[in-house]
Design a protein around this ligand. Structure first.
Ligand SMILES: [Mn+2]
Length: 458
């Protein structure tokens, strides 16, 4: 019932719907994503030392991305540092680096030189056998490693100077492909390196080519869409598991723990971001993350959460009544937010901008008299990062995935309501990737009751 309803809310023709069926992953696609994610798992736990079919398939994905990027760059040299950080479960490379390599290795560096014989070089830091006894084995530089990762060569980082000096005999252009940094942030390592080179070799220019990988990441492939759908499905299951635990006396912190455990049980390695779990007045705090509140009768509970499936994020918000039923006052506000979200869905189509989508949601909330309570934007791009890298001046195109998340926040009434779904821009409009998660007020109440909500039906 909801599937049909939600699909029709998008600006999609009947023909378009037939061609692009709703949210379920088709058998073939499920197979692809299994293959894809199986590979990614291999690559992200450690650089693999063995080659097999799966690794080969995955290296092709990243190889294709690097080749597509080089086609855009033209001649010149691009250096990209891994720029990651440590997490509970190991090192995690920056999303740009991972998008182009699939590799989570601290200290790794990618060099792309489209007009050289050896166009793609991966540099890995030297091994440290003593350290590896504590932190895990790292691969030797073998031919099978090179083949499995799809590079022209893999060397230790000590070769950086020699490679760049050689390349810069033939070109004077250094491409910056990392995301642009703000004026107040530290100078990123690629630009530090480029500036050092400029001080040593006359005539070198630095070209801002950051838009090329950014534009690539803005258009999701079928595999990426399937990964986001899987992240959404896990988020939906986690939410459903949570519903049976929503009752007065339970803390936000406990709910957060239930969600994290539910996500991990289904194979999500991470939560895509720090979840927002806020009840009562805290539901109206936009980025509330303290999670120290206790649920009370009559309150609303706002959940802004997302699982991550092999790097790809879901981002879903639902606002639930602790009692299992919305009060009339809560219901009125809920329906306005829902109407705003539907208006935004209808505005999503190729050629429209994120601003158009925002305007559509905002006009509904303005008409209802609550515009001053809606203090955030309606949409952001979603992908490897929950707020994915994007050029917001670019009109929407098929393959882009954005969130639609209007809200109304009235802290004095203990009402904060946000409804957030993830949509794929299609040729004809959009497809709601999270359409299986109930959004209609009555459907949310029925979902809570069906999921074993302790207060519903009493
Ligand atoms: Mn969001």
């Amino acid at each position: 019932m909801f599937v049909d309803y939600n699909v029709h809310e998008c600006n999609a023709t009947a023909e378009g719907i037939k061609k692009i069926p709703g949210g379920r992953i088709k058998p073939m696609r499920r197979f692809s994503i299994c293959m894809f994610t199986g590979v990614v798992l291999c690559l992200t736990t450690a650089v693999p030392a063995r080659q097999n079919d799966r690794e080969d398939l995955s290296s092709r994905i990243f190889l294709q991305r690097r080749q597509a990027l080089m086609d855009s760059l033209g001649c010149g040299v691009a250096v990209l540092y891994s720029q990651g950080h440590e997490t509970d479960t190991g090192y995690r490379a920056d999303s740009h680096f991972w998008y182009l390599t699939g590799i989570d290795e601290p200290g790794a560096v990618l060099i792309l030189a489209p007009c050289e014989d050896r166009k793609q070089t991966l540099l890995l830091p030297p091994r440290d056998m003593d350290e590896e006894r504590w932190t895990g084995e790292r691969p030797a530089l073998t031919e099978s490693l090179r083949l499995s990762l799809g590079f022209d060569r893999i060397l230790r980082t000590g070769y950086m100077d020699r490679i760049l000096t050689e390349c810069l005999r033939h070109t004077s252009v250094l491409h910056m492909i990392s995301p642009p940094a703000g004026p107040s942030t530290d100078i990123p390592p690629d630009l530090v390196l480029y500036n050092r080179i400029r001080e040593r070799i006359p005539g070198i220019t630095i070209s801002n080519s950051s838009r090329f990988p950014e534009h690539m990441r803005m258009i999701k492939s079928d595999m990426e869409i399937a990964a986001i759908e899987r992240a959404i499905q896990i988020t939906y299951s986690g939410l459903t598991e949570l519903l049976g635990r929503i009752e007065p006396g339970v803390t936000e912190f406990q709910l957060d723990g239930i969600l994290e455990s539910a996500f991990k049980k289904q194979g999500a390695q991470y939560m895509a971001f720090d979840p927002i779990v806020g009840c009562g007045r805290k539901s109206a705090i936009l980025h509330y993350q303290k999670r120290d509140g206790t649920l009370e009768p009559g309150q609303l509970l706002l959940l802004d959460i997302g699982a991550e499936w092999h790097r790809y994020a879901a981002d879903i918000s639902r606002t639930l009544p602790v009692d299992g039923r919305f009060s009339p006052e809560q219901a009125d506000i809920y329906d306005i937010v829902l109407a705003a979200q539907k208006a935004a869905f209808r505005a999503v189509r190729p050629g429209a901008t994120v601003q158009d989508v925002d305007d559509a949601a905002r006009s509904v909330i303005r008409e209802a008299g609550y515009i001053d309570t809606y203090i955030h934007g309606t949409s952001h791009h979603l992908g490897l990062d929950v707020h994915d890298t994007a050029d917001y001046g670019m009109p929407l195109q098929p393959g882009m995935v954005i969130t639609i998340e209007p809200g109304i926040y009235l802290p004095d009434l203990q009402i904060g309501i946000r409804i957030e779904d993830d949509v794929l821009v299609t040729r004809d409009g959009c497809r709601i990737l999270s359409q299986q998660i109930p959004r209609e007020r009555k459907a949310v109440e029925a979902w809570m009751a069906a999921a074993g909500h302790p207060v519903s039906g009493k």
